[in-house]
Write a new protein. Structure first.
Length: 273
């Protein structure tokens, strides 16, 4: 009897994924195709995916098929339904059925809908001695000691030669430093990957002025979650952002995808009680 993929079945499937816009291959289960397209990963095993066809997300995996997964983009799962064992077909998947679109509302709801163009920073910083020693193990704790605080990722920005600091007070528990940044210096702000300019107005604080362009993207990964951002507007006071948390890579956001699917094997688990 001919096997046809239905909801609840388990399927072994090979695939080639391409961008619809230019035909570039971005993923595949075929080792040779990966090598031919410059995306080969030696740490990966190239073999058919083990897919549990659950487009709704309300089914339990059948016994004995625990290594099958429905954790795929909706368009991929839907494209498998109705295919026959041994069949190959091409499906076009819009962003909404793929890795999602850029979402301004989501960014706003999460409190990260915009970045101010300017940020005022206090020139004086007090920190715990233990934390200071951990961050700056080669700096002697003494009045008048000068060092480059900008090299540190936490107290500085991971940049050298811009944020010089002097120790101005020492107690039994704390160290107070005064930061003297170089006025007019520029650097790339880590993570956001936007340009920052140092503006010194007075002796007690300094201002960072941020500049970027519309369509600039950057990504943050934390606790295995991917957060991709896109600049959608730049005005005098703020940089407005859109967010995507569905795509594993920023290049997949808001993209129409083309998948060539080949059903290698069908297990009719939908018929099992």
């Amino acid at each position: 009897m001919e096997k046809i993929v239905k909801e609840g079945d388990c399927v072994d499937v090979d695939y080639i994924g391409k961008f619809a816009s230019n035909g570039t291959v971005f993923d595949t289960s075929y080792e040779l195709v990966a090598k031919e397209n410059g995306i080969y990963d030696e740490n990966r095993t190239y073999e058919p995916l083990r897919i549990f066809v659950d487009t709704v997300g309300d089914k339990e995996k059948p016994d004995g098929y625990e290594n099958y997964s429905s954790f795929m983009i909706p368009g991929f799962l839907k494209g498998l339904k109705g295919m026959r064992e041994g069949e190959t077909k091409t499906v076009t998947i819009p962003p909404e059925e793929g890795y999602g679109v850029w979402n301004e509302t989501l960014a706003e709801l999460m409190g990260i809908g915009s970045i101010p163009r300017e940020s005022v920073m206090n020139s004086t910083m007090k920190m715990n001695k233990t934390m200071f020693t951990s961050s700056f193990p080669n700096v002697t704790i003494a009045l008048g000691t000068t060092f480059d605080i900008g090299k540190d990722q936490y107290f500085g920005f991971g940049v050298e030669g811009i944020f010089n600091a002097t120790i101005i007070n020492v107690t039994d528990t704390n160290v107070t430093v005064k930061v003297s940044p170089k006025n007019g210096s520029t650097f790339v702000l880590p993570v956001f990957e936007i340009n920052a300019t140092v503006i010194v107005y007075n002796d007690t604080s300094y201002t960072l002025r941020f500049d970027t362009e519309v369509n600039h993207t950057f990504s943050v990964t934390a606790y295995f979650e991917h957060m991709h951002f896109k600049v959608v507007e730049v005005n005098e006071t703020s940089i407005k952002l859109a967010l995507n948390m569905e795509a594993p890579k920023v290049s997949l956001v808001d993209q129409t995808l083309v998948f060539e699917l080949n059903v290698v094997k069908i297990y009719k688990t939908s018929q099992e009680s």
